[in-house]
Write a protein that binds this ligand. Sequence first.
Ligand code: FAD
Ligand code: SIN
Length: 545
Amino acid sequence: MHFQSYLKIISMNDIRKKVDFLVIGSGVAGLCFALKAANYGKVCIVTKAKMDDTSTKYAQGGVAAVMYSPDTYEKHIEDTMIAGDELSDRHIVELTIRESTERIMELVEWGVDFDKTKSGKFALAKEGGHSEFRVLHHKDVTGLEIEQKLIKAAQQNPNIEIMENALAVEIITQHHLGVTVSRRTPDITCYGAYIYNPKTKKVMTILSKITMMATGGIGTVYGNTTNPTVATGDGIAMVYRAKGAVRGMEFVQFHPTSLYNPSERPSFLITEAMRGAGAILKNKDGEEFMRKYDERGSLAPRDIVARAIDNEMKIKGIDHVYLDTTLIPKHEIFTHFPNIYAKCLSIGIDPTKEMIPVVPAAHYSCGGIQVDEWGRSSILHLYASGECASTGLHGANRLASNSLLEALVFSHRACLNAVEAIKSIDFCDEVPDWDTEGTVLNEEMVLITQSMKEVQMIMSSYVGIVRSNLRLQRAFDRLDIIYKETEELYKRSILIPEICELRNVINVGYLIIRHAMERKESRGLHYSLDYPEHTDVSQSKHDML
Ligand code: FAD
Ligand code: SIN
């Protein structure tokens, strides 16, 4: 599969715009960057759906940060390193954790209301892999609280313009000036992005001095996911097509406990914080099976728990296991988990009296656009933050509630760097506008919608929690057929967001498969039947350090 961004050039000059900072995505990563960058120039946030249509909004458990003794930065650093299964970059882990307290206090200044104890201290929860209580939360709707407060701040900021339902199609580089660009080209430079304008139904050119990619996750690549439908890996695919560096895509985190409710998409999450509060995973006979797999039981790191559930389901031929939430005191369910309680009641399950049926679901991409400690991608003037970025924090497996933290830290660091860099950057006025010549309206929407389902089926069947050489090869071969058909369709169709998303999902599926094929070992979230052991990290040419 040879992914490339097609050269589309036209002459019309009435659909152009210039901004200092172009931010693609309106989740925690994009909004934090925008709010900070707005102190230094004009910011335009483009977001492909409604402003709050983000994974951020769905975050339940909270944000991990070191706030009080007996917790220490060292303990949080070690927990993160252990979860990352030797592939986290210690330097990045240390700087992220050490900046955690400051970033939390900044959120509080923006109005985010974290739960407190009666004594006025932040109420801290515990999740899998954490050795201390350190997860700040707002009941079980932490992400919603953060998203709403940040949106409000952005809407009130006169230096921030927001374009909703505006999908970024491609980032603009020298390629669009007619220069041949390969992965070996030095100094590939980002001049902005082509953006689908929902009002005109045309693609507009936004020239920017700095571009921040904050497009979130990839869950839609799989059939069963906790992610909203916007999570189609667009940023990762755009950067890959622009010949930027992407890494670690084999490390897809499956959350062990999404609500088993087959007709629902995205899957509703049952937060790990419930296990932190005492809930235990059981099979249908009421047996606590996790101890067979790990001495930490239901609170072992996610990769271990998800694999154990997958195994239990396979050996017993069942569709789900259960989370016994009756072990949590009732008042705690009412006060800490009101959203989950209401959701379960709405489908006839009372979590104070009955076990909740749960199943693993694709949840988080640890890999993504490779960035350095300042959030800089391999493409000049292009930064990335949040779930679409690979900073080196998560290694082979993310520690619960470290992702909101990562977005806060790296959007902050990216802004510090970008406001210096922008002083010597000019707009590239030679960039041509998008070419629509030779394209026609695609009347076969079914080709797009069904191909999307096929991709999800392939990825779920062969590139899920447990992989093998044969499964990966089968996935690759089937995806290749859909890839070729879709590229043909794309070249001759008038651009619509759906076909862009399909291309991106295929591109991301390809990267997951290829990176999984390259990793000849089992590590963290990547488990292969053909290579069940770890290799020595120091020998591995694939490591992420
Ligand atoms: P998002 O919040 O997903 O925002 C991405 C934005 O990019 C969206 O606005 C989207 O519309 C836009 N976008 C995408 N493509 C394009 C495009 N082509 N053009 C224009 N716009 C585009 N993490 C934790 O740390 N703690 C938790 O408790 C937690 N709970 C979670 C619960 C659930 C159910 C889920 C799904 C995730 C959870 N996570 C949690 C993970 C965390 O929420 C995400 O990793 C994080 O919010 C990602 O933030 P982001 O800003 O990178 O992306
Ligand atoms: C959860 O609440 O279990 C999700 C936390 C996370 O994904 O970090």
